[in-house]
Write a protein that binds this ligand. Structure first.
Ligand SMILES: [Zn+2]
Ligand SMILES: [Zn+2]
Length: 109
């Protein structure tokens, strides 16, 4: 689930925090980390089909307009389906590996 390039913030971690990011519930420092990731990792956004939406949302959140509800809802629904797919992939990986050693604590909560 990564584009292969090294990032300060993992692609999976970005996905974990996308909700908070879109809800403006993140600390400014974390927000900045995600923005940096979006700048340097468009492959992962493209893969998720989120590039356009995220870029639009970032633009909005920097201006004085409210985030368009439609767009936000669409993105959140997309994140849900991505995460559901990742969980399924992780489950089958766990089955073949025996134990979920790669599962993150964040995914468990
Ligand atoms: Zn990424
Ligand atoms: Zn990347």
């Amino acid at each position: 689930m990564s584009c292969g390039d090294p990032h300060d913030t993992e692609c999976g971690e970005v996905l974990d925090h996308l909700y908070e990011f879109l809800d403006n519930e993140m600390a400014e420092g974390d927000c900045a980390k995600l923005r940096v990731h979006f700048e340097e990792c468009s492959p992962c956004l493209e893969k998720y089909g989120l590039e356009q939406a995220i870029k639009a949302l970032i633009k909005r959140s920097c201006g004085c307009d409210d985030t368009p509800v439609d767009l936000r809802t669409k993105v959140l629904a997309r994140i849900d389906s991505i995460r559901a797919g990742q969980r399924a992939a992780q489950l089958s990986a766990d089955e073949s590996a025996g134990h979920g050693a790669t599962a993150t604590a964040a995914a468990e909560s």
